[in-house]
Ligand binder design. Sequence first.
Ligand SMILES: O=C(O)CCC(=O)C(=O)O
Length: 261
Amino acid sequence: MTLSERYRKDGFCAVLQPVMPAEVVDAAVAGMDAVRAGQYDTGCPPENSRWTPGDDPQTLCKIEMPQLASRAIMDLVAHPALGKLAAEVTGAKMVQVWWVQLLYKPVGEPEGERVTNIGWHQDRYYWRAWEDGSELFTAWIALSDITPDAGPMRFVPGSHRWGLLDIDFGFQQQDLDTLRGGIAIPERETWREVPMLLPHGALSLHDCFTLHGSGPNRSNGPRRSFAIHMRSEKSRPVNDLRQGLTRHIDDLSKCPVIYGA
Ligand SMILES: O=C(O)CCC(=O)C(=O)O
């Protein structure tokens, strides 16, 4: 099965061989550390985030639009090899990066206020600024080895065909089993979880309706990644407005077009 067939069938696919040159990936790891420390080599901060430098290092660090703050991260997310791959897999004629999240999952369990897990969700639930039918997908790039004990992202194959589920998803919700219990699985469908095990530099691509979440990192080092949210030419902001998560799309220095015109 080709990557594209796999993506259409399951709603996600893994690309195990490195797509970007190793030096681009390594520089982005250093960029991640710099942004986490509040050092911005572009002179600009990222967008407001739940996590800010100085916060509990044992909690999940999610920084919004880190490419605004780091040249190395911009080089990674704007790399043409990523655009070419995304176009091959999805069939897009144009690929634009419209939002990026830095995700750094430290070793440890959720405890009290400490968030480490990412609750089951469909990205589309959070992306209401895009019109229905918009083609939106995500490349999740591993910047560390994502082993079974590192709290890998888990996908539910086929769930991209279930439509937008009628529940309140909780990205911050820590108990994945309770969340799962609240998800109504459509008739004749089954719940199966596939952990996305990726070596450093590899990536997965997933559709905005594919259910996913991740548990604690029990490996011996941080789980590092970027979630690069992309769109094709078959997408449009609601009422063509620039608001919320679509607010930067006309600024190509923030939201680079990485394939096509
Ligand atoms: O990093 C994770 O475990 C989940 C990330 C995520 O929700 C996404 O990339 O859409």
